[in-house]
Design a protein around this ligand. Structure first.
Ligand SMILES: NC(=O)NCCC(=O)O
Ligand SMILES: [Zn+2]
Ligand SMILES: [Zn+2]
Length: 484
């Protein structure tokens, strides 16, 4: 059966033009005027865009003594409802655990996924086994990105030595290292001091993780990547110091990418001063929300191109779970939701305000990350042969964000009460209409794992440069006898 999206304006990362889009067998088969098919979706007044890709989610993640509450069913349903048609989640081996075993555990969570998904693998410890398994992960399992936590001391954190080993291995395998960049040693000491001083509320979470510790770690990871000859992807870039390090590295020719979150772009640190403990604790995430200057820096990075991707780090805990940390902020599970709201919030606060263009919106929500993770143009494109993961975006549709009407399984929404204008009229996953305005038509199990090959053009360019500039022994004649 063929479907035609008619009368819309196709908006991609570099073009906007009037055309119909024809779909067959889950793929785009034709783009042009006056197309017809078995089923017609009316896109009058709408933009037809590549579906969003959220490269940073934690669905059913074991963390801080509990599990994040959205699983691959509710999480991907939330994603589709907001126009996101693919998520990339993190497989997290416990320190000492086999990467392959962890991957099987994560794979077992996905049978009810409503949209396509992929994984990054985390490196949480280092050994010969990890070194060897990284090759299998890349070459046999279709995962070309490895995440490193520079924070969460005593749990997921790795040190510089481990990162340097791992980044060098990524360079050899044609993979992309990623970092959660915060100086975990300093955070741990600051947490202990704040608690000892009686500062135990959720606001102390933010006090313990100032922008400087993120800036320092971002810069350190950049240097380690440069020494290793690998690219680098910095997740949840939240502040000017980290952005500045990324900007400088890029100006110096390094292949470094930065990913602000929609939460950091639109919510600020005043949330932690709320007298309601639950309100503040629900917004505890790492890095914490920052001030308006940091937000302006992130917005500027998106329009200037020094930051490339907007994600959510969707890691949703219920109010009851957040209350594990009453009396000790270090026990509040870190994480917030956002999957359903990323695209409408970014459109409302980005495109509608003139901070970014429609084409930049597509770039930072979909196309850039499809290229960085080596799945373009299967994903992130409106081209013949691409997957029909599409959103028909109605720039006039409005709603007020509310936990009462959301798809996410948690009992609140950090964007509660925010008015958004710009919402999906239709979201299609693999050509299937999953969302029709407010009607949810998702199909459990529709989502499939997306394999990603190693050796992007960037990896190849970096290894060529590394070879050419490698230290070489100077060939000498007439070496004098040793002076003994
Ligand atoms: N960001 C956060 O607070 N929770 C999820 C885990 C992580 O990405 O650090
Ligand atoms: Zn993180
Ligand atoms: Zn995360």
């Amino acid at each position: 059966m063929t479907t035609v999206i008619k009368n819309g304006t196709v908006v991609t990362a570099d073009l906007s033009y009037k055309a119909d889009v024809k779909i067959d067998g889950g793929k785009i088969v034709e783009i042009g005027p006056n197309l017809s098919g078995d089923e017609t979706l009316d896109a009058t007044g709408c933009y037809v865009m590549p579906g969003g890709i959220d490269p940073h989610t934690h669905l059913e993640m074991p963390f801080m003594g509990t599990y994040s509450s959205d699983d691959f069913e509710s999480g991907t349903r939330a994603a589709l409802s907001g126009g996101t048609t693919m998520v990339v989640d993190f497989a997290l081996p416990s320190p000492g655990q086999s990467l392959l075993e962890a991957l099987t555990m994560w794979d077992n969570k996905t049978s009810r996924a409503n949209c396509d998904f992929s994984f990054h693998m985390a490196i949480t410890w280092w050994s010969e086994q990890v070194f060897n398994e990284m090759q299998t992960i890349v070459q046999d399992k279709g995962i070309n990105s490895f995440k490193h936590f520079m924070a969460y001391k005593g749990a997921l954190m790795v040190d510089d030595d481990e990162m340097f080993h791992s980044f060098q291995r990524c360079a050899e395998l044609g993979a992309l290292p990623m970092v959660h960049a915060e100086n975990g040693d300093i955070v741990a000491q600051m947490q202990a001091k704040l608690l000892a001083d009686g500062n135990n509320g959720p606001e102390a979470h933010a006090y313990s993780r100032p922008a400087a510790v993120e800036g320092e770690a971002t810069n350190r990871a950049i240097i380690i990547a440069d020494m290793a000859g690998s690219p680098l992807y910095v997740v949840h870039t939240s502040c000017e110091q980290a952005h500045e390090a990324i900007r400088r590295a890029r100006q110096n020719g390094m292949r470094v990418y930065g990913e602000p979150l929609i939460q950091h772009l639109t919510l600020d640190e005043s949330e932690y001063a709320n007298p309601d403990w639950d309100h503040a604790a629900r917004r505890v995430m790492s890095p914490p929300f920052r001030n308006k200057q940091h937000q302006d820096s992130l917005w500027a990075g998106l329009s200037a191109g020094s930051l490339q991707v907007v994600a959510t780090d969707h890691c949703a805990f219920t109010t009851a779970q957040k209350r594990f940390g009453v009396g000790d902020f270090t026990k509040i599970p870190n994480g917030t939701g956002g999957l359903e709201d990323r695209m409408p919030m970014l459109w409302t606060h980005g495109v509608a305000t003139g901070r970014i263009t429609m084409n930049e919106f597509v770039a930072v929500t979909s196309t850039n990350i499809a290229k960085i993770l080596n799945m373009y143009p299967k994903k992130g494109a409106i081209l013949v042969g691409a997957d029909a993961d599409l959103v028909v975006w109605d720039p006039k549709r409005s709603k007020t964000i509310s936990a009462a009407s959301q798809q996410s399984a948690i009992d609140y929404n950090v964007f509660e009460g925010k008015q958004v204008t710009g919402l999906p009229r239709y979201t299609l996953t693999g050509g299937m209409v999953a969302i029709e305005e407010s009607t949810i038509k998702t199909r459990e199990g529709q989502g499939k794992f997306v394999k990603r090959d190693p050796f992007t053009a960037v990896n190849r360019a970096l290894s060529t440069w590394k070879d050419i500039t490698a230290p070489r022994k100077v060939q000498r004649t007439g070496i004098p006898a040793s002076g003994v």
